[in-house]
Each structure stands twice: as C-alpha cells, then as structure tokens.
Design a protein around this ligand. Structure first.
Ligand code: PLP
Length: 509
C-alpha cells in the first residue's frame, strides 16, 4: 500500500517509480537515437558488408548475458543495438539471395513501431475495432492482388507455416465425418492429404501436429518441370479409396520453395472438385507473382481454392511476421471450428460485424496488429510500384538463368519459373569429362560435383560478400538464388557468379 502511495506521488519521476512510463525527455532521447540508427541502417545497407563471420562463441561473447537487476542507460542500450546490427546477416543487402526471405522497407518498419505502440489485441472487433476493420480491408486487398477476389475472407498469421496449419485444421474439421472437436474420433478411418514432392515441410509438420500422422501426407511425384503430376495424383487417390481410406485435402504449390514451380492449379482444382476434397494452395512464396502479367497464366485455377496461404513477409516486402490465410466459405469454416470460449470473451454485441471474432477461425487468440504494415505499405507505394518490384525480381531471375546458361563453368538445374534460379558450378576439368561420360561415370562425376558445390556454398556463406542457399534437384546439389530482394541489380548477379569462381579457386588454400 505504501508503495502504491509512493507511485501516485512519484508520477513522472523515473527511478524508484512503480510506473514504467518514462519521462518525456527520456522518450525523446530513445526515439531520436532509435530513429537515427534505423535511418543510418537503411541508407547504408547496400554499402555495408552483408555479413562478417565469426564463430558462435565469439558471437555470444559480444553480448552480456548477465540478467540486469538494475536499469541501464539509453546510451548503453543503443550502443548494444549497434553491435547487434553489426553482427547480423543482412537479408536486405543486394547480394542476399539466400531464401525467399523478406526485405523489409522503412515504411513497414515504422508501421511495426506504430502498431506496437498502439498495441491493440486484434482478437475480435470488440477488442480492436479499427485494427479489425483494417485487417478485413487488407485481406480483401491481398485476395484481389492474387486473383482470389476482393471479397476474400481471411486473417493474418505469423507466417506461411501457421497459415498452412490453420488451413489444414479447417479442411480437416470441415471434411471430418463426425464431431471431431468433441470426440477426437476421426482416426478410425485414416484421412489423407495429397501434396507434390516439392511441398514445403510445414504441410507434413501440420499433419503431424494435428495427430493425423506424417504418413497421411501422400507425396505425389513431380513432372519434368517440378510440378505436381496429375495422373500420379489421380492414381494415388484411387488407390487410397480402394483401401477404404478417406482422402480429404489436396495441397497445391503456387511457387515451390526449391525451384519456384507453380503446380497446374486449374487441373488440381478439378480433381479436388471431382473427389470432393478441400483444395488448399500454398502460395506463401509465390502467390504474389500473379501481379506480374507475364506470369498470371500460371495462377489460373487459384480462384477455385478453398484456402490459400501467402506471405506478405516474403514477396510483399513487409517485415516479419506477416502471413495470411484466405478462405472461400467463412460460414462453413466458422461452424466447423468455433466452440465454447471462456466466459470472459463472450461477445454481447448486436450486429454481425460487431460480434466478429478472429478466434472463430484462427488458432491464435492474442494477435498483433499486423494489418497496419500492409495497409501503410500498399498506400505509400501503391500497387503499381509493388508490381514493378515483383516484375523486376522475375526479370533478374531470368537474367541469372541466362548468365548461367551462357557460362561454360555453370549449369542450370531447373527452369526459372518465377524468381528462383537453381544451378551448380562445374569447373572446366569436370564439364569436359561429364560431356563424354557413360551413365556410371556420370554418377561418379555428379557425386564429385555435389561435394564441390556443398564446399562452395559453405565458403560463400562465410565469405560475407553474397549469400545463397541450396537444394537437391534430381540428385544434384544445387546452389539456389532467390530474387525477392528489390535492391539486387544485374551487376550483383554478375558479381555473385564471380564470387563463386573466386571461392572455387581458393577452396584448397
Ligand atoms: C512455399 C512455402 N510455404 C510455407 C513456408 C513457410 O513460411 P514461414 O517461414 O512464413 O512460416 C515457406 C517458407 O519459405 C514456403 O516457401
């Protein structure tokens, strides 16, 4: 009680106060120093090193691990923030092409600051009316950007994995023969999901989390272009039906993580319709490429999906975390998913809009104000500028593929469909041998190339001048460059190929 009395007497004073508010002066200092750090960062990101490698223990030594019992100064905190910036691998650097990882814009970064300051809990209209309305608006925008329709229903998630999990939960509940939520009884007849062999692991993980078992995900072979093969899909569904299993969902890729291939969505949609299966599209990476008119034909059929996962934090240039799940039939989903909530959450609003709650659809209850960064980003840049950035990423990937094809010491390993280029380094000593090799000899040479390219990747990732990742394509170790970075230029691509050559020459030194 004495403490509380002191609190009311000491409002406005910093130290020894029970309030965690800070003085206006301290707030100003925190704001100025933080903003300066961020402005310097954005203005220098292309000139600063991408990464300076040091070992995990050296890294750990840079940061104090002592639990601070007493507060520290803003200067000290900001000095440590500078160290964190210096010790980070910069995904916004023009030669970071490692993953389909977001390149954040300043607009998105400041939107996150504003959203966190306001800090609404976007779980329902009652909890956060403005943020809920904004989320409905941006969900409609995202739906219309990818050709799913401006009346799309949905919600924002932490990312693609959560959107995929939430979609499979919806699919499973809607397609379950009995009241699974109450009885948990579905597994008397195993329920089966179909997905191409290039599907992101979050789908199998979701099946595992849901208790369906990883084996319930049927891996369907790809065709020569790494797209799901329709006849294998049909065959597998028929086999499972004959065995008395219950197929319930097909997952199609709108841009695989490995090569960027887009599955034949329209054909998959008609198989799903024929067998009355839920049709989910994982467009976490690629769905936004529908904005590029040269690619939009690939996405025909997406409008028939029951649900779609997409990541604004991948190809809409917003900071992590920002995924989205879109779905077709909100009433069916709500009926299948909503159940007794705690009394403290019961809604007593009268209109349908005011009694709207994200918890009727989403796994999460407390949810952050993710919509603001998409809303500010799209309003600041406008769709045409975002479209331009996506088209330019696709152009760069095509250019990357052309450079690889034109070079004697590189080999393209997969068609460039969207903005990913998969290739390998083949030194002249091995390319000549490979051209004349028998099948057995090629196996030996390919094994050698696999080892060599793994060594090259390891060295490139530590060298700090560029960043790539890897995948396996038809047994071949591939270097993978993902163009979702609006700062990358053709000059960076030429440099990356030269960095690889340089790394190769220095491998044994
Ligand atoms: C096709 C695809 N789906 C899902 C995911 C998972 O997304 P997140 O990392 O946002 O959870 C990824 C990530 O790269 C992806 O490429």
């Amino acid at each position: 009680m004495k403490n509380l009395q002191e609190k009311s007497n000491s409002q406005g004073q910093e130290k020894d106060s029970l309030s965690l508010d800070i003085s206006e002066e301290a707030l100003q200092e925190l704001a100025t120093q933080s903003v300066t750090l961020v402005i310097d960062y954005f203005s220098q990101i292309a000139n600063n090193p991408l990464f300076q490698y040091s070992s995990a223990s050296e890294f750990a030594d840079r940061f104090s691990s002592q639990l601070p019992l007493e507060g520290e100064s803003i200067e000290q905190l900001m000095a440590d923030c500078h160290s964190i910036f210096a010790a980070t691998r910069h995904t916004g650097h023009p030669r970071f092409l490692g993953y389909v990882a977001s390149v954040s814009t300043p607009v998105g970064a400041f939107a996150d600051l504003i959203a966190s300051s306001l800090n609404p809990n976007v779980n329902s209209w009652r909890g956060a009316p403005a943020a809920t309305e904004l989320e409905k608006i941006v969900v409609g925008w995202l739906g219309s950007l990818i050709g799913y329709g401006e009346n799309s229903q949905g919600f924002l998630t932490s990312g693609g994995s959560m959107a995929n999990l939430n979609a499979l939960v919806m699919a499973h509940r809607v397609k379950s023969p009995n009241q699974v939520s109450e009885t948990g009884l579905w597994n008397s007849t195993p329920m089966i999901i179909y997905a191409g062999d290039r599907t992101h692991f979050s789908i199998t993980k979701a099946a595992d989390i849901m208790g369906l078992g990883r084996n319930c995900v049927r891996t369907i072979a790809s065709d020569a272009n790494f797209r799901l093969d329709i006849s294998s899909l049909r065959q597998q569904i028929e086999t499972d039906l004959t065995k008395g299993l219950q197929p319930f969902c097909i997952v199609a890729n709108a841009g695989t993580t490995a090569t960027g291939a887009v599955d034949p969505l329209a054909e998959i949609a008609s198989v799903a319709k024929e067998y009355e299966l839920w049709f989910h599209v994982d467009g976490a990476y690629g769905a936004l490429a529908a904005l590029d008119s040269r690619k939009s034909h690939l996405f025909q059929g997406i409008e028939a999906a029951d649900s779609i996962a997409l990541d604004a934090h991948k190809w809409l240039f917003t900071p992590i975390d920002c995924g989205c799940l879109l779905f077709r039939n909100a009433d069916t989903v709500r009926t299948a998913l909503s159940f007794g909530i705690g009394d403290y959450l019961k809604l007593h609003e009268e209109t349908e809009a005011e009694s709207f709650a994200f918890w009727d659809y989403s796994i999460e209850l407390s949810r952050r104000f993710r919509a603001l960064k998409i809303w500010m980003l799209l309003r600041y840049y406008g769709v045409e500028r975002i479209r331009g950035a996506i088209c330019s990423n696709n152009d760069l990937a095509e250019y990357f593929g052309e450079c690889v094809n034109a070079a004697e010491d590189f080999e393209l390993l997969a068609p460039v469909e969207l903005s990913i280029c998969c290739f390998r380094y083949v030194p002249s000593s091995l390319s000549a041998k490979l051209a004349l090799a028998s099948e057995t000899e090629s196996e030996t040479i390919n094994a050698e190339l696999n080892k060599l390219n793994a060594q090259i990747l390891y060295a490139v990732q530590r060298n700090g001048k560029a960043y790539l990742s890897n995948t396996t394509i038809s047994g071949k170790y591939a270097l993978r460059a993902c163009m979702v970075n609006f700062r990358t230029t053709p000059t960076d691509i030429n440099s990356i190929l030269n960095i690889i050559r340089e790394v190769f020459l220095n491998l044994d030194k």
